[in-house]
Design a protein around this ligand. Structure first.
Ligand SMILES: [Zn+2]
Length: 72
């Protein structure tokens, strides 16, 4: 399976700084429910594709690093 044009997609894991006002209602890690705010960093985890669109979860950086090792 191959994908074309992945270079432009911003769905790679990594630290993304939260810009002031980017999440006016706040942001929580979808894994550990850690609240994140201005000045924190979040990461994206690619969970699959909906049709041709990548589906990502917004998680905190530690969760993005440890992946699916934690279960339960
Ligand atoms: Zn987390």
């Amino acid at each position: 399976m191959t994908y074309g044009g992945m270079d432009e997609m911003d769905n790679r894991p990594g630290a993304h700084p939260i810009e002031p006002g980017e999440f006016p209602h706040g942001l929580r890690c979808m894994d550990c429910d850690e609240p994140l705010g201005d000045g924190d960093t979040y990461s994206k985890r690619l969970v699959g594709f909906m049709l041709d669109d990548p589906v990502v979860e917004l998680v905190c950086v530690p969760c993005a690093m440890c992946g699916d090792e934690q279960t339960g």
